[in-house]
Ligand binder design. Structure first.
Ligand code: PLP
Length: 462
């Protein structure tokens, strides 16, 4: 920190200049997080920027109430859903996980059984926050492996992995990797059966970070929420398809008993008795105001229109990519509106090169490898948000075609996939297994250039 202050104009200029170097958030197709809201809502957010969340009674409760209804929480004298606003789904998941862990421990203590080895069953496709929860709060994560062509948790395998130490099975409504909805209903039915056979009462949590604001509007018949008896808690990110800027998530418990009382703190130094169950005490309240704005401004009709529109733009993009004949689509039409795709096997390029080259057009499209046992599959992923129009979808297809064309005319590029497979022929039969080795890479590059030129001569393609 400098000894002296600087003029406010100078401080503003310095930071404003540097911010110009950040990518344009609206062209960042990697993120599910909202990048556009109506100006009226921006105004409300600015007006509440100096308010602390802990001083607000009404708005968080109203949002919890609306979202609990949206997720079909049972209503009645004996059952009443409870919930809290969080910074995002990660915090929501920490809280939900803690509730499951404490509930399981209490039961085990009562039964006089050991309670030191809790575990959670999930698919290997879980978002990193589950791994964080597991490590921070000392719960073993038992992951159901994926396989090529199947990128979500297999409910049968998940239920097989459940044992007496399982605090919950976490299903995902909208896998981060390909947007696919896991089959929560089948999971529920299989788990009901297993619980009957074993006498356990293993519950389900649904991580609906991205799907929680999609399914109720465009797949209302799909049973994934509190309509299923074993679903005890659900989280959703307000800042994804809840259509609010970054900084808000929600977790809803089916009823009071699903949230152990001992985790709730009661404070009275702000005026009235106030129950609190969050990791942080103070935080901004603008996002909560914005969430409330969206819920009352859009209603069912508005959310349905936005989600249907996203789905239509997803289909425009998907069909455009299919038409190139160069990609396999690994996302589903039903699910979170995104397109995940990999190059055909006979391609000479890889997905990372495409991602890299799209940056030149301003697009941020991530490429990543799938988790075990599908780690040999690489995909590119485009998330369709409210502000991604049909025009942009068509423009992106054109730019991808340009990139493919450019790659096709660049024979000197090393393709690691093919380079590795031809590695055996390099250096008089010495097997080159580490293309990261500089010497070896050079040899492969030389060989590859010759190989491509040969091939081009013979059949016009690499
Ligand atoms: C984004 C996401 C999360 C994490 O949510 P944040 O709101 O970013 O903390 C968790 N699970 C899934 C399935 C997600 O897509």
């Amino acid at each position: 920190m400098a000894e002296n202050s600087i003029p406010k104009e100078a401080a503003f200029q310095i930071i404003n200049d540097e911010l110009m170097l950040d990518g344009n958030p609206r062209l960042n197709l990697a993120s599910f997080v909202t990048t556009w809201m109506e100006p009226e809502c921006d105004k409300l957010m600015m007006a509440s920027i100096n308010k602390n969340y802990v001083d607000m009674d009404e708005y968080p409760n109203r949002c919890v109430n609306i979202i609990a209804h949206l997720f079909n929480a049972p209503l009645g004298d004996s059952e009443a859903a409870v919930g809290v606003g969080t910074v995002g789904s990660s915090e929501a998941i920490m809280l939900a996980g803690l509730a499951f862990k404490r509930k399981w421990q209490n039961k085990r203590k009562e039964e006089g059984k050991p309670y030191d080895k809790p575990n959670i069953v999930t698919g290997a496709n879980v978002q990193v926050c589950w791994e964080k929860f597991a490590r921070y709060f000392e719960v073993e994560l038992k992951e159901v492996k994926l396989r090529e062509g199947y990128y979500v948790m297999d409910p049968e395998k998940a239920v097989e992995m459940v044992d007496e130490n399982t605090i919950c099975v976490a299903a995902i409504l909208g896998s981060t990797l390909n947007g696919e909805f896991e089959n929560v209903k089948l999971l529920n039915d299989l788990l009901v059966k297993k619980n009957q056979e074993t006498g356990w009462d293993t519950p389900i949590h649904v991580d609906a970070a991205s799907g929680g604001f999609i399914a109720p509007f465009i797949y209302p018949e799909l049973e994934w929420d509190f309509r299923l008896p074993l679903v005890k808690s659900i989280n959703v990110s307000g800042h994804k398809y809840g259509l609010v800027y970054a900084g808000v998530g929600w977790v809803i418990w089916r009823n009071k008993e699903d949230l152990p009382e001992e985790l709730i703190f009661h404070i009275n130094y702000l005026g009235s008795d106030q129950p609190t169950f969050t990791l942080n005490f103070s935080k901004g309240s603008s996002q909560i105001i914005a969430q409330y704005y969206q819920l009352i401004r859009l209603g069912y009709e508005g959310y349905r229109n936005v989600m249907e529109n996203c789905r239509e733009n997803m289909i425009v993009l998907k069909e455009g990519l299919e038409k190139t004949g160069r990609f396999n689509i690994v996302s589903k039409e039903d699910g979170v509106p995104l397109v995940a795709f990999s190059l055909n096997d006979n391609s000479c390029h890889n997905e990372f090169e495409i991602s890299d080259m799209l940056r030149r057009f301003g697009w941020i499209v991530p490429a990543y490898t799938m988790p075990p046992d599908a780690q040999h599959v690489t995909v590119l992923r485009v998330v369709i948000r409210e502000d991604f129009s049909r025009t942009l979808a068509e423009r992106l297809v054109l730019d991808i075609q340009k990139v493919l064309h450019e790659l096709d005319t660049l024979p000197s590029r090393i393709n690691s996939k093919i380079a590795a497979s031809i590695g055996e022929n390099v250096d008089n039969g010495t097997l080159v297994t580490k293309p990261s080795d500089i010497e070896a890479t050079r040899k492969i590059a030389t060989y590859w250039r010759k190989y491509v030129l040969e091939k081009k001569k013979t059949n016009g393609v690499c």
